[in-house]
Design a protein around this ligand. Structure first.
Ligand SMILES: [Zn+2]
Ligand SMILES: [Zn+2]
Length: 336
């Protein structure tokens, strides 16, 4: 029997025919990267290959790296493998990676969502025989409300706070979620941003992604001059002294985890908005069915439960060991 196209090693997913890794968590010579989040794009690799749209953020975060960009859909031969990158709908530039060796096709999903958010490149199903899928939200309780409804909730909350003279402090991960939230806002007052959010905004604006006007919070900024502002910051900044200058305020958090009441309470948020850049239960099933794959490998999240569920549905499903650490999107809550 021929070697499998992809194998699972202690450094991450490996392709023997092409001698490269996908999203490896330890330094390797050649890394193919699905997207810029820290649990996927780590420092220290010899060479990087990612979509042209993902590279600017990776360079911003990783500094000087030897990296090459590839366009969505272009096919490149690496050793005995053919590889191509396809939109994952997770955040701007995010990709699923297709690897074909001798007619056998594997796809590594990276992080993905199937619902279109109107901001990043829309998810595209890629036919394959073997599909490595994330399952951050691989439980039946996770089904996302319509994005338009969540947008109305956020805008309504902001307008009500502004009318009562409060700031709206909204927590969102600085890469991806923050910009998606920005794309949904209907400003009733200025939008202020934490430096980590604004630095990512600048990179994406340079690439041509359109975002509303924002103002970075600097030490000399006078909150009184921006009454009723919405303040967008990474979740970690909300409980810190940084946020205390904005008073009085209401606090909200945009994340898939906001579906769970216990987590809302633990985070002491006034409001939780259910907004995730990962597929929900239905989305995972739709994505898997659309590949036509019979062999499914689960990674990231509720891997055991989800693999068992898929087995009961007739798939050949197994769990892929993942090394956690450096998570910075919705995966974070699960790792904690
Ligand atoms: Zn991610
Ligand atoms: Zn991830």
């Amino acid at each position: 029997m021929a070697d499998p196209v992809l194998t699972f090693t202690e450094r991450g997913i490996y392709c023997p025919a092409g001698d490269f890794h996908i999203d490896p968590w330890r330094p390797v010579d050649r890394a193919l990267i699905t997207h810029g989040h820290a649990d996927h794009a780590r420092p220290g690799h010899g060479r990087y290959l990612a979509t042209e749209a993902a590279l600017p953020v990776m360079r911003h975060r990783l500094g000087a790296i030897a990296a090459e960009g590839i366009r969505y859909g272009d096919v490149r031969r690496i050793g005995g493998a053919e590889v191509s990158f396809h939109p994952a709908g997770h955040l701007p530039g995010s990709a699923q990676i297709r690897v074909s060796v001798g007619g056998v096709v594997w796809v590594v999903s990276g992080d993905y969502k199937t619902a279109q958010d109107g901001f990043c490149e829309a998810f595209e199903p890629v036919p394959c025989q073997h599909f490595v899928t994330e399952c951050t939200f691989g439980l039946p309780v996770f089904n996302w409300p319509d994005q338009a409804r969540v947008a109305r909730e956020i805008n309504g909350w902001w307008a009500a706070n502004a009318a009562e003279g409060r700031f709206s402090l909204l927590g969102a991960y600085s890469l991806g979620k923050a910009q998606r939230v920005l794309s949904l806002l209907e400003p009733v007052a200025p939008i202020l941003t934490h430096g980590a959010v604004e630095a990512t905004n600048a990179v994406l604006r340079d690439q041509g992604y359109v975002l509303p006007q924002t103002l970075r919070v600097t030490p000399d900024l006078d909150p009184k001059a921006h009454a009723g502002a919405l303040v967008l910051a990474p979740p970690s900044a909300l409980g810190s002294p940084w946020a205390r200058r904005f008073r009085p305020s209401a606090t909200g958090f945009a994340s898939g985890w906001m579906m769970l009441r216990g987590i809302r309470r633990r985070r002491a948020m006034d409001r939780g908005f259910v907004l995730s850049d990962h597929a929900d239960w239905t989305g995972l099933h739709e994505a898997i069915a659309a590949t036509g794959a019979e062999n499914i490998y689960t990674t990231h999240g509720y891997t055991d439960i989800f693999a068992r569920h898929l087995s009961e549905e007739g798939y050949a499903a197994r769990v892929v060991p993942t090394e956690f650490g450096g998570e910075e999107d919705d995966s974070a809550e699960d790792a904690a």
